[in-house]
Design a protein around this ligand. Structure first.
Ligand code: NAD
Ligand code: ZN
Length: 351
């Protein structure tokens, strides 16, 4: 089969590789119908994620059709079309039983890390994929939801919802600010609407992204290169600051921006993946009673979000900016990697 193989920092190619085989009785093999590229894949290619070894097939999102099932699999069948969660969960360990699938103690990849596709085991940017712990890690695609729509549920919608909105305790009437309006920030904006905030403020350096965020449910936007960006945000509250500030970029500067606009007793939810140490001025903040959260997505709300997509309560189509054939993935990486120029959000690759 063909797959997108990582050959060390800065190097990738669309290679001929052996077809995956069932290794455990709980595995299935899927033929990929649709997959996509994540900002995290770009981090890997920069060399920011050293755990990814050369030879690894990248990708952790996608929808596929089952072609083979392991001997222990009883609730899935050949021909089922399924969404692959970016988190592989054994469903049996202590963390899985508590819904913390991101720290699954199963021995695939590394015990204690649920994100293994395209990281510690071969991923989804391929014609075929071995899916471990299939019964507890995939979701059948309901009729009416397309493979392309399903792709948005593998990672970005659950991430925005769980690590942004739920960890940020968004509740009715809240003023919510989301710093960073990339795919993950937009997923945060879209799912915050489920909890009835009075205002959702999209903040980004890119004025185009700020404008785009309105289609996802942002009521207001602020361009963070404006010298008075902070005053603009505060003016959208009762003067005391936002109830919830969500960081969806992954740099110290944007985490600090969240601290600058949150009100005392508010919530700061960090979603971004940080590659460098971040200042945390506890000496100034202890008196503010703010709650700070962070985490790796669990995808424990993937099923709920899928139901909302199926009911038309969340529109997954607006996340998709570009479409490619799977074999054109190198071109798709180029377009996705120049998002500021190409205005790329999610690029979907169809088999
Ligand atoms: P992205 O790079 O596509 O989007 C980031 C956005 O931030 C862009 O719109 C950019 O213009 C904006 N930005 C950059 N610098 C800024 C600044 N100084 N001020 C304001 N805006 C700025 O990224 P994405 O795919 O949307 O992902 C966002 C973050 O979420 C990444 O760090 C990613 O690794 C992380 N992530 C976390 C999890 C998790 O489980 N916690 C899961 C998936 C992704
Ligand atoms: Zn587990």
């Amino acid at each position: 089969m063909k797959a997108l193989v990582f050959h060390g920092p800065g190097r990738k190619s669309w290679d001929d590789v052996p077809d995956p085989k069932i290794l455990q009785p709980t595995d299935v093999i899927v033929k990929m119908d649709a997959t996509t590229i994540c900002g995290t894949d770009l981090h890997i290619l920069k060399g920011d994620v050293p755990a990814v070894e050369p030879g690894r097939i990248l990708g952790h999102e996608g929808v596929g059709t089952i072609t083979e099932i392991g001997s222990a699999v009883t609730t899935l069948d050949v021909g089922d079309q399924v969404i692959l969660s970016c988190i592989s969960a054994c469903g049996k360990c202590g963390f899985c039983k508590h819904g913390v699938h991101s720290h699954c103690l199963g021995t695939e990849g590394a015990s204690g890390i649920g994100w293994i596709f395209g990281h510690l085991i071969d991923g989804t940017q391929a014609e075929f994929v071995r899916v471990p712990y299939a019964e507890t890690s995939v979701y059948k695609l309901p009729t009416g939801v397309t493979a392309e729509q399903g792709v948005v549920l593998s990672d970005i919608l659950p991430t925005g919802h769980e690590i942004g909105v739920r960890y940020g305790h968004v509740k009715p009437g809240d003023v919510v600010a989301v710093v960073g309006a990339g795919p993950v920030g937009l997923a945060t904006i879209a799912t915050s609407g489920l909890y009835g905030p009075s205002r959702v403020i999209a903040i980004d350096v890119d004025a185009n992204r700020v404008e785009q965020a309105k289609a996802f449910g942002a009521t207001d936007g602020v361009v963070s290169s404006d010298s008075d960006w902070k005053e603009q945000v505060i003016a959208m509250t009762d003067g005391l600051g936002v109830d919830v500030a969500i960081e969806a970029v992954g740099i110290g500067q944007t985490f600090q921006m969240c601290l600058d606009i949150v009100r005392p007793a508010g919530n700061v939810a960090n979603v971004g993946v940080h590659g460098a140490p971040v200042q945390f001025p506890l000496q100034d903040l202890w008196i503010s009673n703010i709650n700070v959260s962070m985490g790796l997505v669990n995808t424990d709300t993937l099923g709920v979000l899928l139901a909302l997509v199926a009911q038309g309560r969340i529109d997954p189509d607006i996340f998709v900016s570009h479409r490619f054939a799977l074999g054109d993935i190198i071109e798709a990486y180029d377009v996705f990697g120049r998002a500021a120029e190409t205005k790329a959000l999610k690029v979907v690759l169809q088999a």
